[in-house]
Design a protein around this ligand. Structure first.
Ligand code: NAD
Length: 368
């Protein structure tokens, strides 16, 4: 029973093995109370099947919370492919993976994650309807960093409102870590409103591009080194690069009043959320803040509607305000309050089998 003990919280775990294509994958469905499971497919050269199973169980549970917070009609799931994405993957492997996904008959929807690309999933799409986030030419909804950046900006507004009583973006200073697809868009908007910015990136070209933009707008940027960003005297820290950057050592150096960014898994461990709370730094939980991209891909399963995506992304503002309020009332960290907020949403819903397996969306091969 040891294995079942490990899967106790999960509804279904599927091991996929195809010797013809070399596919070895695990699909984990955590909870379908809110709808069919949704979650990306990660490809990594896991050192063991055990490590892959641990990862997929953890990530699929996280997706249940993320979907509940974003108010999309999906539950939590995730898939992992065991292999090196730089040398082991090929189109047939993803067609085979698509067949396994299809065999779940609408219980699981997936798309790209670390180590996989929209192109990989254009192959899986030949075998199943249950794919989201492919390129626009295949019927996908396009660049998800656009709604993700919007969601972060709404979250900053909520946080500013909570601390300073005004949601205005201007009049505050921000420290942005990472000027990639999401961070760059946020930086541009903050420059547009004339906010004071500290920025850092390991990629020099991104900094040069932003400096040119700031110059055009007559705003002076403060470019700092990678490690320096943690101790600049900015009001709000906006992490948009890597995870695990909030830990004992960085918290010690923070002068920020709040942290609101898109990076996944910003806290090195759960107790760092409590530490921020004790230090009086308002933390906007990452999975609430960065849900804009998820909202967009989840929306692909209906008739496309950009307005609906914007409206749902805007609602992140209100979710965050409720979480901050609960955190204050109950005297718990914002991370704890966010988890309870999601658990309440799931508990309020009566479980039903609302699968999307018969959507009007055709398979790519059928369409051409
Ligand atoms: P990206 O790869 O386009 O940009 C990341 C940027 O961070 C790059 O410019 C990179 O050079 C920089 N960077 C990497 N390490 C750094 C470091 N140590 N210090 C400073 N800069 C560093 O990624 P993105 O799509 O902009 O996503 C940013 C973060 O948001 C990631 O953690 C991602 O998982 C998360 N996220 C993105 C989306 C989305 O829709 N793109 C959705 C949810 C979450």
């Amino acid at each position: 029973m040891e294995l079942f003990d490990r899967l106790e919280e999960h509804e279904q775990v599927v091991f996929c093995n195809d010797p013809n294509t070399g596919l070895k994958a695990i699909i984990a469905i955590h909870d379908t109370t809110l709808g069919p499971a949704l979650g990306g497919c990660r490809m990594r050269p896991y050192e063991s099947v055990d490590a892959a199973l641990t990862d997929v169980l953890r990530l699929s549970k996280g997706m249940t919370y993320k979907c509940a917070a974003a108010d999309v009609d999906f539950g939590g799931g995730k898939a992992v492919i065991i292999g090196d994405p730089s040398k082991d993957k090929h189109p047939e492997m993803f067609r085979s993976f698509g067949q396994f996904v299809d065999s779940l008959n609408g219980r699981f929807y997936t798309g790209t994650d670390m180590g996989t690309t929209p192109e990989d999933f254009s192959n899986a799409l030949k075998e199943t309807n249950c794919i989201v986030g492919v390129d626009e030419v295949y019927g996908g909804s396009g660049d998800s960093s656009v709604p993700t950046a919007e969601g972060v900006l709404y979250s900053i507004e909520a946080t500013n409102e909570r601390i300073w009583g005004s949601k205005a973006l201007y009049g505050r200073s921000y420290a942005i870590q990472g000027l990639g697809k999401v961070g760059f868009k946020i930086a541009q908007r903050l420059i547009d409103v004339g906010a004071d910015l500290y920025v850092t990136d390991i990629y020099l070209e991104a900094i040069t591009r932003l400096e040119e933009y700031a110059k055009e707008k007559g705003v002076l940027l403060k470019v700092v080194g990678g490690n320096e960003i943690y101790s600049v005297p900015a009001d709000v820290f906006v992490p948009c690069a890597i995870g695990g950057i909030i830990h004992d050592e960085t918290i010690e150096r923070f002068q920020f009043k709040a942290i609101v960014g898109s990076a996944n898994n910003q806290l090195l461990s759960h107790h760092h959320g409590d530490l921020l709370h004790q230090k009086g730094i308002l933390y906007a939980p990452d999975y609430i803040v960065n849900a804009g991209g998820l909202i967009q891909v989840a929306d692909e399963l209906y008739e496309p509607n950009k307005e609906r995506v914007i409206r749902k992304t805007k609602a992140i503002y209100h979710s965050l305000m409720s979480i901050y309020k609960e955190s204050e009332i109950k005297g718990i960290s914002s991370v704890e309050a966010a988890n309870q907020y999601c658990e309440d949403r799931i508990a309020r819903r009566v479980k039903r089998n609302s699968f999307f397996s018969h959507t009007k969306r055709p398979k790519w091969s059928v369409r051409v």
